[in-house]
Design a binder for this molecule. Structure first.
Ligand SMILES: Cc1ncc(COP(=O)(O)O)c(C=O)c1O
Length: 353
């Protein structure tokens, strides 16, 4: 705290990302990164861009990336907004599209950046509890609101919604913006993107950090009606004209174009997830159904924090949230087959104690 801080900064409670320790090499299963490298075509595009152009500003509109997204999903570029990771896209969404006069609705157990953005942009919030089985019941999103946001699949639970449930919510909620955060959608859920043509209040946000192995490049996007996209562009161009650098633009575009590599990565992770779920269950863990690149699992004795600490001491990082309702669970990112073998061997020893 300092006398020089603005009143806004004095009351901020910043987001705390999953730990990225530098003291030793860990098996990192704590921030839902992809264990496989990005497509070789991404690396080739970045290499080529490196040759000469870094002295020049990038395209402020990142058209190459926007066009690649539009081509992938059969959209027009004016339906696409891009940003420096989906976190930045989400920040602009909170600023540009949610109204402060009514509460913003989101699940009580969800992506922990939502309350942080709401506080930054002075939005009131109403958190809607997940059902006792941790499923997200959109029929509970009835209060008058200044906007609605939820991830599909949800994080950190991994559970996915049917598109019919999202469509019903959109029909009952035509006067405010509904944002579906699809950071994990490629690992087993259905995207709501086809619904943007019918619902001008729907915005779908995705990232290249997970299924396209580019967490380090920082590229994310939103798609929706051109009027929603224009609102995001207005905020972005009042903040930073060049959020995506030249390497990110060419790399992200190449990642969207390499569909075969993307499909292969997703299939590999889904296959590993299936066997990890079965093996965790065999060890007595209660595992929520997951459509994401992570699982949310309760150790047999519910001693999640102790197991998290023991794994960390042995060089394996998973995520534990010391929060009501979920302290007894661990969120475990799906890594390579070999990484999961190490994790399962250690868990087997830990739960036997
Ligand atoms: C639900 C959800 N949304 C958005 C993000 C942000 O991803 P990025 O900023 O890397 O695109 C994450 C990251 O873990 C997430 O879990």
């Amino acid at each position: 705290m300092s006398q020089y801080w603005s009143p806004l900064v004095q009351q901020l409670e910043p987001y705390v990302p999953g730990e990225q320790p530098k003291d030793q090499r860990y098996i990192k299963l704590n921030t839902n990164e992809c264990p496989y490298p990005p497509s070789p075509k991404v690396l080739a595009a970045i290499q080529q861009e490196l040759a000469d152009t870094l002295r020049l500003y990038p395209d402020p509109n990142a058209d190459l990336f926007k066009d690649a997204i539009a081509a992938y999903y059969g959209l027009e570029s004016k339906q696409v907004f891009v940003g420096n990771g989906s976190d930045e896209v989400l920040a602009h969404v909170f600023h540009a599209l949610f109204k402060p006069d009514q509460p913003l609705l989101f699940p009580d157990i969800s992506y922990s950046f939502y309350p942080v953005y709401a506080n930054l942009y002075r939005l009131s919030v109403k958190q809607i509890p997940l059902a006792t089985d941790f499923s997200l019941d959109l029929t509970a999103y009835t209060p008058a609101n200044g906007g609605i946001i939820f991830p599909n699949p949800n994080a950190p639970t991994g559970s996915a919604l049917e598109l019919a449930a999202i469509e019903q919510l959109l029909q009952l909620n035509s006067s405010s913006v509904v944002v579906v955060d699809e950071a994990y959608v490629d690992f087993g859920a259905a995207t709501a993107i086809p619904l943007i043509h019918q619902y001008p209040n729907l915005l779908v946000v995705q990232t290249l950090s997970k299924s396209r192995s580019l967490a380090g490049l920082r590229a994310g996007f939103a798609v929706g009606h051109p009027a929603l996209i224009e609102a995001l562009e207005r905020v972005k161009n009042s903040f930073n004209s060049y959020p995506l650098d030249r390497l990110a633009i060419v790399g992200a575009a190449a990642a969207m174009q390499d569909q075969a590599y993307f499909a292969e990565i997703c299939q590999k992770i889904i296959k590993t997830r299936t066997r990890v779920v079965a093996q965790l269950q065999a060890l007595g863990f209660q595992v929520l159904p997951s459509a994401a690149n992570f699982v949310f699992a309760r150790p047999p004795l519910g001693n999640a924090e102790a197991i998290y600490l023991a794994l960390k001491a042995q060089g394996v990082l998973v995520r534990h949230f010391n929060k009501p309702r979920i302290q007894a669970y661990l969120r475990i990112t799906i890594g390579t087959e070999a990484e999961m073998d190490v994790l399962l061997a250690k868990l087997s020893a830990l739960v036997a104690v």
